[in-house]
Unconditional design. Structure first.
Ligand code: FAD
Ligand code: EPU
Length: 342
């Protein structure tokens, strides 16, 4: 066996919410052979399989009657070099932020706005990670994945991944059907700064040298600084980033709300208006709240639910439900939970 399977493993240190959760079976996957062995093991016992990167976008229940696999397939290589771009192949188990830093050190640009997003490379396409005006779909070429039923490798193009806002085929048609093993990303050899997010432009220009033009590393540093100001460090306070997606509503609904809430932020997007869920939650009075069971809302960002110590998944979801009900009652807006609930 290439794979060591352990029983009754505590996952508290393997999810950034810091939730107590025990996996009935657990394995660390470092090769395709081990991955296939794991799938056979689960198939024989009729067990669900839960792949995890860093557990930064999940809410885990206390007992997982499943085979939890920590995906640690490594490797990053330049597989094609052109005058203006490079094609990278990166293993699903690589650390995302380390990839961003490494790419900038090589003079490959395009990931700087996505700096400091927690997690592993393999999870990035699952919700099409995005921040400060860039999403992974903008750099994505294709990926390889293993079919959970047959163990066979398949390749999926960007189109087949059906990326949307915090969405992809892996949350829909291929939900729980594949394990992503590697990605191909195309990066530029000259920097094309994406500085539409006002605070980022200001901060990046502030960090730039006398020439006044920020480098890729300046943008990366600016993104990290903004994120550190707004988002809690999971090592200090458990969280999964934004707990809800920013909702999109119709023109009509937005006009009605604007009549009552003139200062409500709203951004035009395809299909309507995107609202800031953090604003809606703050208006309902939840910002900074701490519940008896340890669940809470971050004091500097109302979109981030936090674990103040020993909250369990159920406590976090109870608070999420309370928030959804309050936002619905006040604004007639449905908030959709972003992390995957197990
Ligand atoms: P996990 O939480 O381990 O897994 C997430 C989901 O993907 C699960 O359903 C899991 O089963 C599945 N999965 C994981 N690996 C694989 C694989 N190899 N194959 C198939 N399925 C897989 N997200 C953003 O988009 N933008 C942000 O700015 C952002 N900021 C964040 C800030 C903080 C402080 C935190 C804690 C989270 C933030 N997130 C953000 C969410 C999170 O970082 C991303 O969703 C990240 O991609 C999750 O990576 P992970 O390895 O931790 O995935
Ligand atoms: N706001 C408030 N009160 C709050 C928080 C936010 O009023 O407590 C309002 C402000 O008006 C602010 C606006 O919301 O201008 C937007 O806030 P912010 O720029 O912090 O971004 P966000 O919408 O809360 C989104 C993503 C983040 C991503 C940032 C930067 C979603 C669900 N979240 O957050 O992604 O890092 O933009 O691009 O789209 C994640 O997905 O986990 C995540 C952290």
């Amino acid at each position: 066996m290439n794979l060591k399977i352990e029983e009754y493993v505590n996952l508290k240190a393997m999810n950034t919410m810091g939730l107590e959760s025990v996996a009935r079976y657990f394995g660390r996957v470092e090769s395709l052979v081990a991955l296939r062995e794991a799938l056979v093991f689960a198939g024989e016992r009729n067990l669900p399989v839960i792949p995890l990167g860093e557990g930064s976008n999940v809410v885990l229940s206390e007992c997982l009657d499943a085979l939890v696999l920590l995906i640690r397939l490594k490797g990053r290589e330049v597989i094609e070099r052109q005058n203006d771009s490079v094609l990278l192949k990166v293993g699903a188990g690589e650390h995302w932020h380390a990839l961003v830093c490494w790419s900038l050190e090589q003079g490959f640009y395009g990931l700087e706005n996505l700096a400091l997003i927690p997690g592993c490379v393999g999870a990035a396409p699952v919700q099409n990670i995005g921040a400060y005006g860039v999403e992974i779909k903008d750099r994505f070429v294709s990926l390889e994945a293993v079919d959970r039923q047959t163990g066979e490798i398949m390749a999926l193009s960007a189109e087949e991944c059906a990326f949307g806002y915090r969405d992809s085929v892996f949350k829909n048609r291929l939900l729980d059907q594949v394990i992503i093993t590697s990605l191909k990303l195309r990066l530029n050899r000259t920097l094309m700064p994406e500085l539409d997010y006002g605070a980022l432009r200001e901060k990046a220009e502030g960090l730039a040298n006398e020439v006044g033009r920020p480098t890729g590393m300046d943008i990366c540093r600016a993104v990290c600084a903004i994120r550190r100001e707004k988002l809690p460090d999971p090592k200090i306070i458990g969280n999964a980033g934004s707990f809800f997606k920013n909702p999109v509503i119709s023109d009509e609904h937005k006009s009605e709300l604007k009549e009552v809430f003139a200062d409500m932020p709203a951004y035009k997007v395809a299909g309507g208006w995107k609202l800031a869920a953090g604003w809606l939650i703050e208006q309902c009075g939840f910002k900074g709240c701490v519940k008896k069971d340890g669940a809470g809302v971050y004091e500097k960002q109302a979109l981030v639910l936090v674990n103040h110590g020993n909250a369990c998944g159920k406590a976090i979801l109870m608070l999420a439900g309370e928030i959804q009900a309050a936002v619905k009652a006040r604004f007639s807006v449905d908030l959709e939970i972003e992390p995957r609930i197990y």
